[in-house]
Design a protein around this ligand. Sequence first.
Ligand SMILES: C[S@@+](CC[C@H](N)C(=O)[O-])C[C@H]1O[C@@H](n2cnc3c(N)ncnc32)[C@H](O)[C@@H]1O
Length: 300
Amino acid sequence: MSESSENLNLQREKEASAAKKWLSVKEAEALGYYNFMSYLGVPYYHTGGLVSTRKLAELCQIDSTKKVLMVGCGEGFSACYLARKIGCEVVGIDIAELSIEKAKERARRLGLSDRVEFRVGNAYALPFEAGTFDAVITEFVSQFLDRGRAFKEFTRVLKPGSYVGINEMYKEEEIPPEAAEEIAYAEKIFREITGLPFSLPTPEEWKKGLEEGKLKDVNVRKFRPSPSLGEVKALIEGMGGSWKFALYFTGLMLKMGKYSLFSRKIRHRFNRLGEGKKILLRKKSTSKYAGYVLATGIKD
Ligand SMILES: C[S@@+](CC[C@H](N)C(=O)[O-])C[C@H]1O[C@@H](n2cnc3c(N)ncnc32)[C@H](O)[C@@H]1O
């Protein structure tokens, strides 16, 4: 075996064991929100599912010749999906190391390592030269960012004439006071548990943000989440099939049970997450004022 492939194997073993190792309660409590979720194996998932990912790719005119950057790619679910379905080259970056380890594992398992690359990186200081990409995409990420800074950085790494495309949540402009208060409370919860500047812009605010990021022809389209059986199937397939999904699910329950039982801090985190999700996604009187946008803008 050559030295480089030996190093590669060692690196793979290191990543796999870090992701599988059982952490002590103290170690788990010390992880940032997204590293913790990736460690547990909780699949964070945008509400429009892969249907919205595919639609956004179409709006950004992504085809097999394009090189796409997915910022905040998480565990690489959408990145691998686009590489498989469209055949484009995808680079995924995320600030959470454990999510990137899982994303790399996914790409290897699906035989996509020649088309998909994952690295740890920050949306505000992308580790790429200006004019590198044919499209820059975020899904349920820009809502967690300081958009003024992030959109300018996305535009920098784009080739002229190419798209920024975002798949993010929005809230309505006109919301009755009681529902508006609850939605503001949910936004506060997400800021608290992630430590990130989470907020839900209105469609008009998304438009303004993208325009301030020096993008032209900005177009914001509103959608309501519509969960489907196909999405659940795609999630199971993306995890390696039903047996792997069953194993994964058992592991997830064991880990969640252990850490919730022994850590008040972690229990609190899960409770707050449940509260916030209910307001934005399930409770009728509030969730009807929120949805997701697929928005695009072009670099001059
Ligand atoms: C809600 S998850 C969405 C993950 C994925 N895009 C999806 O749709 O499943 C938000 C992701 O944004 C990442 N993130 C947050 N701030 C970031 C930053 N400054 N730079 C890069 N990634 C960031 C988090 O680590 C997390 O993986």
